[in-house]
Design a protein around this ligand. Structure first.
Ligand code: HEM
Length: 473
């Protein structure tokens, strides 16, 4: 008897689906779902794939049957980069994942630890504002804000991870370069991941060689910095332990529930901090600034909120941030319209199951199209418009309980870095808006401003944010 699979748009699996392999898969999936419904079965190459595009089915995957869909597919580039998937994000569901996930949430990403790096963030923001001021006073006043934002995020994450003491210029430049290379390698769905049994494919695509080269760049760097921590007894900033200090201490305490945390495990976790924690934060900041430029009324309202909150102080600090409701609404609205991971991170089913009356075999790859759901007219009024007000005076949040808004995913695999994500965003945005007036260059009109996405697993803006900044003090 034939299994009752969800509707499938294609009769010819391999040929018919090739055009979906591109980096804009969330958009292709969205178009298909309009015709074939919110649950679709696609045979992507050799891989049975489920695409869900409604809150009802997202809840089924991320909550009701969370345990069954809690694994990740083994992908070529991530296997190489992340120590054979010994990181948190790509390790298959099981005991190892449970242990490293627990370590990261208890010791690295919790709100108390994130709070302890407040000084690092405030210092780095002040430095960024100073540098923007220098560029803005040049003849054109034109600022490549995308570059400043990327640098800020990587610098903060690098300082939190390694401590200031070890981050000379050479090391910082290397980290920036490696983060860029990670971004290119994680660009979309690679052919090798769709035809896993065709080992010869790697000779044509070159993915293996590129990923291995990048992996060695990271691996050498991690070894060098871990050794330096061991030799000097730690790289703490202002008395706070950095992530490497924390992980080395845990290693001594056999913290993996009795199993020793190996050097490889530590490096896998560090890879996730950069792999999952940098681009996600910087693209969100870029999109929020782009939306503020296109929506001057929102920009003005935010400026007013900042002014009222800081009461004449020259700069915005983290105590002020906690009182700014409109700023938080802007964070949420940016996450709604421009979720950095539009298809979340793919899941994989660990056993046969059913959703409604459809049979889903074990080892089916699952994409949850958060991007599509978060701009669906069935659930949102004026979904294409940037309206932070929709998040004021209600409890709609990104904690993984509401399946029309879940930019950080849900269930046991929900993003553990939410606190870091928030802290990377709000302080920077508030200071950028407080310190400068931002305008489009050469009399360009808001409607002509390019809002296209660039290809990538994380959806960056296609063209950099080139804006004219004037000091508002
Ligand atoms: C605004 C910024 C961020 C967004 C939108 C975001 C989004 C996501 C999403 C959608 C997932 C997949 C969840 C799922 O499968 O249900 C994820 C997983 C993950 N994120 Fe984030 N993330 C952000 C920032 C961060 C940061 C700053 C870190 C750490 C420094 C981080 C670390 C991780 C890790 C380790 C995972 C894998 C969790 C697992 O598989 O158990 N993320 N993130």
């Amino acid at each position: 008897k034939k299994p009752n699979l969800p509707p499938s748009p294609f009769k010819l699996p391999i040929i018919g689906n090739l055009h979906l392999l591109g980096p804009f898969a969330h958009k292709s999936f969205y178009e298909l779902s309009k015709k074939y419904g919110p649950i679709m079965h696609l045979q992507l190459g050799q891989v049975p794939t489920l695409v869900v595009s409604s809150p009802e089915f997202a809840r089924e995957v991320l909550k009701t049957q969370d345990k069954i869909f809690a694994s990740r597919p083994s992908l070529k580039a991530t296997k190489i980069l992340f120590y054979g998937s010994r990181d948190i994000g790509f390790s298959p569901y099981g005991e190892y994942w449970r242990q490293v996930r627990k370590i990261s949430t208890l010791h690295l990403f919790n709100s108390k630890r994130v709070q302890s790096y407040r000084g690092v963030r405030e210092e780095t923001v002040a430095h960024m504002i100073e540098n923007i001021r220098l560029v803005s006073t040049s003849s054109s006043g034109l600022v490549n804000l995308s570059e400043f934002i990327k640098s800020y995020v990587v610098d903060v994450i690098a300082r939190v991870t390694f401590g200031k003491a070890f981050l000379g210029e050479g090391v910082s430049d290397k980290i920036h370069r490696l983060v860029e290379e990670n971004g290119k390698l994680l660009l979309g769905l690679h052919l090798e991941d769709l035809f896993p049994s065709y080992k010869w494919l790697e000779f044509f695509t070159g993915l293996n060689v590129r990923a291995t080269k990048t992996f060695h760049g990271w691996d050498d760097l991690f070894d060098e910095l871990i050794e330096a921590h061991i030799c000097t007894g730690g790289g703490a900033d202002e008395g706070n332990s950095d992530f490497v200090d924390v992980l080395l201490t845990l290693q001594k305490e056999d913290s993996r529930d009795g199993a020793v945390l190996t050097r490889k495990d530590i490096k896998g976790i560090l890879q996730d901090v950069f792999g999952a924690g940098t681009d996600t934060s910087s693209v969100l900041l870029e999109w929020s600034m782009a939306e503020l430029i296109r929506n001057p009324n929102v920009m003005t309202k935010l400026k007013e909120e900042i002014k009222e909150t800081i009461k004449g102080k020259s700069t915005v600090d983290e105590d002020d941030i906690s009182q700014m409701e409109y700023l938080r609404a802007i964070f949420k609205e940016t996450l709604r319209l421009h979720p950095p991971a539009p298809l979340l991170i793919p899941r994989e089913s660990v056993e046969d199951t059913t959703i409604q009356n459809y049979n889903i075999p074990a080892r089916t790859r699952v994409f949850v199209n958060a991007w599509a759901i978060q701009r669906d007219t069935g659930y949102w009024e004026f979904p294409e418009e940037f309206l932070p007000e929709r998040f004021l005076h209600n409890s709609l949040d990104f904690n993984g309980n509401d399946f029309k808004f879940f930019p950080f995913g849900g269930g046991r695999r929900i993003c553990p870095g939410i606190h870091i994500g928030i802290s990377n965003f709000e302080l920077v945005l508030a200071n950028l808006i407080h310190h400068f007036e931002w305008k489009l260059p050469n009399g360009m009109k808001e409607r002509d401003f390019n809002m296209d996405d660039a290809p990538g697993i994380v959806t960056r803006k296609k063209s950099p944010l080139l804006l004219v900044a004037t000091d508002s003090q």
